[in-house]
Design a protein. Structure first.
Length: 108
C-alpha cells in the first residue's frame, strides 16, 4: 500500500490533494515584478501550460495575480499593482483547494 501511495505522489498532480507552496523566488519584490511560486500539486489532473487555478496575494483583500506560466511545481506570476507595501501572504488555489500561505515582501 505504501509503495502505491509513493508512486502516486511521485507521478505528479494526479491524485494530489491540496497544493503546497515551498517557497517564492524572489521572496521580495515590487509591484509588477515576476515571482515564481515553487511547490507541488499545482495541476489537477494534468498541466498544459494554462493556469489551473489562482494565485492570490493577501487575505483581506484577496488580490488575484496574473499567471505567466503554470506547471505542476512552479507558477510564474506578476505581483499585482494593487497589493499594499509590506509583508503579504501568497496562496495558490487549485480545484477549490487552497495551499499553505507563504510570506512575500512588497517593496517600493
Amino acid at each position: 500500500m505504501r509503495a502505491a501511495l509513493a508512486a502516486i505522489a511521485v507521478a505528479g498532480c494526479a491524485g494530489a490533494g491540496a497544493p503546497s507552496i515551498d517557497q517564492l523566488t524572489p521572496a521580495t519584490g515590487r509591484r509588477g515584478d515576476a515571482v515564481v511560486v515553487h511547490g507541488d500539486g499545482f495541476c489537477v489532473p494534468d498541466c498544459d501550460g494554462s493556469p489551473m487555478g489562482a494565485v492570490d496575494f493577501g487575505l483581506d483583500p484577496l488580490i488575484r495575480a496574473t499567471a505567466l506560466t503554470w506547471d505542476a511545481t512552479a507558477i510564474q506570476v506578476i505581483v499585482p499593482q494593487s497589493v499594499e507595501l509590506g509583508t503579504t501572504e501568497v496562496i495558490v488555489t487549485v480545484n477549490d483547494r487552497s495551499s499553505n500561505a507563504v510570506d512575500f515582501e512588497v517593496v517600493p
